[in-house]
Design a protein around this ligand. Structure first.
Ligand code: ADP
Length: 464
């Protein structure tokens, strides 16, 4: 069974059940026909018994037919399709009288056999149905009447019927097997399409899709699900390719700038001021490179989900103040007014380290994209059983058409419009990935030249 193909397995299972069913039906047909024949014959014999018992006259120790000649005449001349054999026996078991159609034969009388019971026996090698009925005088058996009818016709019909059933049985099963196999083959055709398409799919050729079957059944759903899966895999691989090419481009750019600056510097001797200027520039580029590598490593790490989460009850006010304090010098340099509106102590359930990275990236952007003397407001509030933490700045804002893209790796909105603001385009990709990992809902709204607002929605900690 294991080696059979799927369609043969379906056909075989179907045939096993059908074979049992047909066998039962055939047995029922045979039994019903046999029973009908026997009922008919038994009825006829019973009728003959009654008729003949009425035709005998019983004396004290013996009996005789009332109209013997008439009876003989009748038995001789009646044209019967199924003749009735009749014989009378005295109490010693000798034949007294018998119907002329028996000619030289006698119906076998068995003194030990049960009276009034119908049974099958033979007369001249032919099957007959027979009954022996005792004749009583004053409750004493004085002889027997034996009546028999030929079973030849019914036996012939029953044998024929059995032959027909036995021959047609395997033929029907073989025919049904091939029909079932054909239908099963047609029904699982989409599976072959799935196998063929899957064989054609390689890492470099992910465009092939399974043709959808016409019937909207389980195989249609399976094909559609696999096609959706292929879509997702293709997108993921495209994204990965794009990421790799963007990453190598982003890494190469500062290296090219560094190389170019140093090459120009060594071409001829420079004064100290020029050296200082170029070296400071190179240090800034190396810092940028460093930051880029750090962020790429961070992204790669969460891509593989290697960092196992350590969810704990976190004092949100404290974590936010910690992150703010890390940016205090930048905030001071830009003379940004930062307002933290924490009305009460809030506790959330999350991973401290990863949540700090999210807040750092968001606050860093809020500061970076705010103008000198800008305002940043950090709010915490309870809403719909959640704790909402928002970081709102009044910076340059993001164009509506770019809002969707800011989470894509290396995407920088209108970077040429503000070349002085440095960035890698990876900060928000990291934020998005971490939010997904920590099941934190993030909402981003922004208006150009008006500012940006980010709302994080977290689960409140259940404190005892
Ligand atoms: P970057 O290193 O460029 O800041 P991010 O992934 O952090 O990279 O942000 C992607 C882009 O989204 C930024 O280049 C910027 O155009 C836009 N952006 C993010 N945060 C803000 C903000 N608070 N105000 C204005 N623009 C923002």
């Amino acid at each position: 069974m294991q080696q059979l193909s799927f369609k043969n397995r379906i056909a075989s299972n179907y045939i096993i059940t059908t074979a049992l069913l047909i066998f039962v039906v055939f047995c029922v047909i045979y039994s019903v026909v046999r029973l009908t024949f026997y009922n008919d014959i038994d009825g006829d014999i019973a009728l003959e018994v009654t008729t003949h018992l009425n035709e005998i006259k019983i004396n004290k120790n013996d009996f005789h037919l009332v109209h013997e000649d008439e009876w003989k005449e009748r038995e001789h001349n009646t044209v019967d399709v199924n003749p009735v054999f009749i014989a009378f026996y005295d109490k010693e078991g000798s034949v007294l009288e018998k119907s002329p159609n028996l000619k030289n034969e006698v119906l076998h009388f068995d003194p030990s056999a049960a009276d009034n019971e119908l049974y099958d026996t033979k007369l001249l090698k032919n099957k007959i149905r027979q009954i022996q009925v005792p004749i009583f005088s004053n409750n004493v058996s004085i002889g027997h009447i034996i009546i028999a009818m030929s079973l030849e016709g019914p036996t012939l019909v029953l044998n024929r019927l059995a032959q027909v059933l036995i021959i047609t049985y395997p033929l029907i099963l073989v025919l049904l097997f091939f029909i079932a196999r054909f239908i099963a083959g047609r029904s699982i055709k989409p599976i072959n399409a799935i196998i063929n398409t899957s064989n054609n799919i390689t890492r470099d050729n992910l465009t092939a899709r399974i043709p959808l079957p016409q019937n909207k059944d389980e195989l249609y759903t399976l094909s559609k699900t696999i096609n959706n899966l292929l879509d997702r895999i293709e997108n993921a691989i495209d994204r990965e390719k794009q990421f790799t090419s963007d990453a190598s481009h982003e890494l190469r750019t500062p290296l090219t700038v560094l190389k170019g600056t140093l090459e120009v510097l060594v071409r001829k001797p420079r004064n100290t001021e020029e050296y200082l200027d170029k070296i400071t520039f190179c240090i800034t580029e190396i810092d940028r490179l460093n930051q880029l590598v750090d962020q790429l490593l961070l992204l790669a790490r969460f891509e593989n989900q290697k960092k196992s989460l350590s969810i704990e009850n976190l004092y949100l006010n404290g974590t936010l103040l910690d992150v703010i304090s890390r940016f205090s010098s930048t905030i001071e340099n830009k003379n940004i007014q930062l307002r933290a509106n924490f009305n009460e102590d809030y506790y959330v359930q999350t991973d401290n380290y990863l949540f700090s990275i999210i807040i750092s990236n968001l606050l860093s952007n809020a500061i970076k994209y705010s103008a000198q003397d800008g305002v940043i407001v950090i709010n915490i509030q309870r809403k719909n059983n959640k704790i909402e933490c928002s970081i709102v700045d009044s910076g340059i804002g993001i164009a509506a058409e770019d809002l969707e893209k800011v989470f894509n790796p290396f995407f920088r909105s209108d970077a040429n419009e503000h070349p002085q603001i440095k960035g890698t385009g990876l900060g928000l990709s990291i934020v998005k990935k971490l939010c997904l990992l920590l099941a934190i809902e993030i909402q981003f709204t922004s208006k150009v030249n008006n500012g940006t607002s980010v709302i994080l929605s977290l689960d409140e900690a259940k404190l005892k």
